[in-house]
Structures are given as structure tokens and as C-alpha cells.
Design a protein around this ligand. Sequence first.
Ligand code: FA5
Length: 365
Amino acid sequence: MSGPNTEYDPVAVTPLQADQVEAMRDQALAAIAAAEDLKALAQARSEHVGDRSPLALANREIGALPPQARKEVGQRVGQARGAVAQALAARTEVLEAEHEERTLLAETVDVTLPTRRHPAGSRHPITTLSDRIADIFVAMGWEIAEGPQVEAEWLNFDALNLGPDHPARTMQDTFWLEPADSALVLRTHTSPVQARTMLTREPPIYVACPGRVYRTDEVDATHSPVFHQVEGLVIDEGITMAHLKGTLDHLTTALFGEGITTRFRPSYFPFTEPSAEMDMVCFVCRGVDPEQCRTCRGEGWIELGGCGVVNPRVLVACGVDPDRYTGFAFGFGIDRILMFRHTVEDLRDVFEGDVRFTSAFGVEI
Ligand code: FA5
């Protein structure tokens, strides 16, 4: 303790008396101990340790004391500040450890939980196959042509030598569009693209047209009211049936590999003369004991499509000189080709939209 001093100013020193300093220290310690989290502790630190805290202000007062009082008061304030700093450090450590533990618990990842699965989609096999067929023709130097699915009656029938009363119109049961006099149909085959092509291009013409077509057919293992065809049309000088056979041999070999059994069967189409139908041996019964076969329904063969030498009447209707040019055309069912290539026994599987079916094909490149 300092001795009596006449210059000692009791007013100035009052805040620095022992009980005052102890009260400041105890308040600070209580606030630190009461801090439940790091935010509350930061608040206590600013109130009791910061520049404007009572102990910091008291510390600043020491310089104003007479020299004989400074040491004792300095020690007192210093000890109080030291105790507060120590308590603050200890509480910080405890609260930081608690905070870290809480964070670790909150961020725990259970690696054994099942993941959310987003299975990758795949293109529909008909789309992939249509592209593949188009590639076969592009590789031969052909062009790809397109036509609308809502087609003019004249292009779907009349231009192809199927006049209004031609009995062959009933071969293709048609969806007519309203109103009745619109003369529009959902195209029943891709053959109107033949007419569209001849009306807009000059020979030589080498085009293929894959696309969707519609008929009022009953659904069964090999028929659907919505299906797909690929049309082929060649118009050039000196084209014969032999060119047609060679082209279809190349197409079937490219699609199915060597050694596939096919046959040409004489047939009738108003837009080709002569006409033929191309069949493949049934891929389910292989033509052996076909009576029980649900896929070929006892035939032993599956029809891929029709073909023939373009009828000169069609050439004339489409503005092509029949004395100079001849041509061949064919229209194959893409859905049937898919069935044969991938041993799909029932066409309904192709159209029912079950992803287990389409994803089984994956993405063909
Ligand atoms: C035609 O559609 C002619 N336009 C083909 C043609 C073009 C002949 C050029 C000559 C020259 P057809 O109606 O036969 O022909 O049909 C052709 C092929 O489409 C059939 O052999 C079959 O493979 C497929 N097809 C026909 N109807 C259906 C159906 N409802 N579901 C699935 N495929 C079908």
C-alpha cells in the first residue's frame, strides 16, 4: 500500500479502488461465464475487454495518478485484466470446441444411405434405326427427303395412280382429316414423298425418306395404326428392276449381315409396274413349322415392304419424261426391320412406351 500523500486526489482515484476494480473484474468474469455461445462471448468481450470497457478505461486512468499510487493501482488493474483475459481465453476454447463438435454432428454424411438415382435416358430404337437406315443411303450418295405427315389426298393417292374410285385405295385404310372436304389425310405411306420429290427436282433423283405413317389398322403382333416406313426413289436414265434388286440386297445386307434369306414375291401397287413384295424368313420360327408361330401367323415369312419399277403414269403425273427416264421405288416397314434386327416378337412392345424396353437398346452410336 502507498503511504499518505497530500497530492493524492481521492475523487480521481475512486474508480480505481480495490472494491471497484474487483466489481469490474467480477462483472466481466460473470458475463464471460454466462456466454452460451461464441456470439454471446464476442459481446462480453467487447463490453468487458474492449477499448470502452470499464477495466480499459480504469487502466487509462492510471497514468493520471500521482506516481506513488501508480504501482499499486497498476498491479490491481493489471491483475483484474489478466484474470479476465484468462477467463476469456478459457471460455473461448470451450465454446469453440463445442461449436466444432456441433458442426461435425450436423455435417455428418451417412455414406451408407441409398443415393437418389437419375437414370440416363436413351433414344427410342425406332429413331436410332431410322438414322442408321438414312446413313446407309447417304453412304451410297443418296439424298434424304422429307414430307409432312398431314398430306394432301392428291399426293397420297391421285399422283400415285390411285384415282378417287381406284379399288387399291381400300388397301390402305385411311384417317381422313375434318372437315370432310379438306382433302387432307394422315399419310398412309411415305410414297407421297416420291411425288413431292419428282415435282420439285430434276432427274437424276436418288432419295430416301424415312418417316411416320398412319392407317386404321388393328393392333396385333406385327401391325400398329402408327408405324414407320422408309421410302426409296431412283429416277435416272436406264434404270431397271436389276438396280432395284441390287439396292435392296445391299440394304438388307447392311442391316442384317450376310446370309439373310429374303424373297421377291410378285405383287401389285398402282404406282409401280412390275411390282413385288420383299419378305424375310420369320425370325422367330425361322420358317420351320410356322403353324404355331404367333409372329408370322403361320406364314414362315415376314413382309418387309413393297417395291417395283415406277409406273410411267406416275412419271407423267409428276412431270417426268417417261421416254427418257425410268426408275424404281420401294417402301419398307422400319418397325418390321427393328423386330427382325432385335428379335422383338411383338410390335406392341415398341409403342407402349415402357422405358424398360427402350433403355434395353441403350444409345446406339
Ligand atoms: C406401301 O405402303 C407402299 N407404299 C410401298 C411401296 C413403295 C411399294 C414404293 C412400291 C413402291 P404396304 O402397304 O405393303 O406398301 O406397306 C409397306 C410395309 O409397311 C409393309 O410391308 C410392312 O412392312 C409395313 N406395314 C404396313 N402396315 C403396317 C402396320 N400396320 N404396322 C406396321 N408395319 C406396317
